[in-house]
Design a protein around this ligand. Sequence first.
Ligand code: FDA
Length: 420
Amino acid sequence: MQQFDVVIVGAGAAGLFCAGVAGQLGLKVLVLDHAKKVAEKIRISGGGRCNFTNRDATHEQFLSSNPHFCRSALARYTPRDFLALVQRHRIAWHEKHKGQLFCDESSEDIIRMLLRECDAGGVQRWHSCTVHAVRHTAARFELDTRAGVVAGARLVVATGGLSIPQIGASDFGYRLARQFGHRVVPTRPALVPLTFDAAAWAPFAALAGVSLEVRIATGEGKGRGEFLEDLLFTHRGLSGPAVLQVSSYWHPGQPILVDLVPHLRLSEALREAKAARTRKHLPNELAAWMPARLADTWLALGVEAEGATRGAQPGSGPPYKAAVPPALERPLGEIRDRDLDHLAERLHRWSLVPSGTEGYRKAEVTAGGVDTRELSSQTMESRLVPGLHFIGEVVDVTGWLGGYNFQWAWASAAACARAM
Ligand code: FDA
């Protein structure tokens, strides 16, 4: 039986980073993964350019049922620390909007960097290696694997979440947590497109591809998420950064509230345009502030519609074609102020109730996970089973879109590795 100081299950972002740090601190480390290729999620991340961190990351951009848990690790291993490592490896990078840092060339640069760090620490890496069972004796953990039995004084679980099962995601981490008496906060897809009942979405389906900046919100109190980002209409519902962000806060049955014209007071703008005696028709006037296709569809659906768009409206029927009703296909000057106000109010406060999400198949991350109340925030070690650690996405810590989830992977891995 081969023996190690540390056995890490999962050679993704957190597992590889933890292995490199621990190895370079002098520990004998094995990191194993059931997938043929390691770090597949890094490879596909950020559209192939890996948004590897966010310059502005603090604990405030993370969801967890124990919101302060991630604070310590994030403060002790910061975006600046990871950026310094990226620069040491001479990886070219750039900043996109809102502090998001990406590779100039390819996500492969980050993977190569992590593997080099592992090599520098003498880390052993086993791929295509399934773990069949894990036992804990007084002094160590024993793992029955496809490559035989291995033992580690410490066991680090870095098997990630459930999203994108086709590239190796599994529920191993949650099962192992439960095996050792840990609670798991119920999991759900997050950073995921939202969907609507097909028949009811029909009027909006023709808008697939239309994108605009919106203010979007859902939830209440501490569970409220609000973002100013781009929204994208799709054939099945809504996507784009705005919707991915808010999806992490959304629970079935809850409405989402969308302000389609977040940068102006639309009623004032319409009244001013009317006062200026414009001959423009309402759809053309609206098209100055939002995509014309959306303006037409919106007017065609009827500004008088009340209440939340539950799975959208106006219901089933033949394929929908936007046609602005005659009452609104008129010069602005001929439309009553109160109708303009009402239209503005609806565009500022579009309320919709999604019927679901695109699920783990399309989700970037998994919300929920190993309950942090039974882990040390300093070391990621179990409070129930000494020597057992959980890091990365398998833990109930979920970041916003924009490099935060990788920063959590690096920070939780560093906290764990330095404590072993
Ligand atoms: P990760 O998923 O990286 O690694 C887990 C590893 O465990 C995998 O290699 C898997 O094969 C292995 N494993 C699972 N079950 C196992 C088992 N039973 N036995 C052995 N091994 C097992 N985040 C971000 O900050 N910026 C970004 O640009 C993106 N982009 C992005 C795009 C897409 C399409 C997705 C799906 C996700 C992102 N993310 C992201 C999220 C980010 O990829 C994610 O949060 C981290 O990879 C999580 O790191 P972990 O190491 O915890 O899990």
